[in-house]
Design a protein around this ligand. Structure first.
Ligand SMILES: Nc1ncnc2c1ncn2[C@@H]1O[C@H](COP(=O)(O)OP(=O)(O)OP(=O)(O)O)[C@@H](O)[C@H]1O
Ligand SMILES: O=P(O)(O)OC[C@H]1O[C@H](OP(=O)(O)OP(=O)(O)O)[C@H](O)[C@@H]1O
Length: 206
């Protein structure tokens, strides 16, 4: 299977758009979504798919367990791993923002920030000259300011519905986010015969 490509695919909300894009370049993985299998072989394409949590795709690619994969720019910013980010696939668009209760100035001493993105948040507030305390959370981040646990959140905004329905407002946008095609640096050299045509084909659709 040395000439096969192993692709780490994000389960969850990115999968459908990623599979649609790959279908356009001749790889039909659309049936996979309903399966619970984590490793799926496609001999017709010489491709092995690994189904991973979106936050973990970069780990599999960095360690060479997968040759390449699809990951949100939010994950790449947070993890700063040794992988090549070769293409902006322009799918699963959203952005990272600072939000909180309206008309609510930051506490003077060590304001608290709830987030799944501690590195991005720390770097952002450092650039603003603010000394903050990170409160790491794994989900429902919007709860934190509602119950008075934190001054602000740093989280993904897409439609804005979650902020709106919880009476929160956006203070600043930090970064626009889309999904990226990433490649393991060694695979990039030794599997260029398989990777180059795929990257080339994808680049025509984005
Ligand atoms: N509204 C959104 N909220 C969160 N992530 C989004 C959104 N829109 C696009 N994305 C992208 O999707 C990725 C997260 O996908 P998903 O929500 O399936 O994973 P997850 O955060 O591990 O979810 P869960 O923990 O709920 O299973 C992010 O890394 C981001 O790039
Ligand atoms: O602007 P919107 O379209 O409302 O999307 C943004 C929301 O979606 C994500 O949460 P998710 O649904 O992944 O749930 P979680 O809180 O469990 O992470 C994100 O963390 C926001 O809460």
């Amino acid at each position: 299977m040395n000439n096969w490509l192993t692709i780490a695919m994000p389960k969850g909300r990115i999968f459908e758009e990623a599979a649609e894009l790959l279908q356009k370049v001749g790889y039909d993985f659309t049936d996979v979504e309903d399966s619970r299998k984590l490793i799926l072989d496609f001999p017709e394409y010489k491709v092995r798919l690994m189904m991973a949590k979106p936050m973990d795709v970069v780990t599999y690619v960095e360690y060479g367990a997968a040759d390449c994969g699809i990951a949100g720019k939010d994950v790449l910013l947070e993890q700063d791993r040794d992988v090549y980010e070769v293409l902006d696939l322009q799918i699963s668009g959203c952005y990272l923002a600072v939000a909180g209760l309206p008309d609510n100035p930051l506490s003077k001493i060590a304001p608290k920030i709830a987030t799944k993105y501690p590195r991005v948040a720390s770097e952002y507030f450092r650039e603003q000259g603010e000394q903050i305390e990170i409160i790491p959370l794994n989900g429902s981040i919007e709860l934190a300011p509602l119950i008075g646990l934190t001054d602000r959140i740093v989280d993904i905004v897409s439609s804005g519905q979650t902020l709106r329905e919880n009476g929160l407002v956006e203070y600043e946008k930090i970064a626009d986010i889309t999904s990226r095609f990433i490649v393991n640096p060694v695979s990039y050299r030794i599997k260029n015969e398989q990777l180059d045509p795929l990257i080339e084909a994808l680049s025509e659709y984005v």
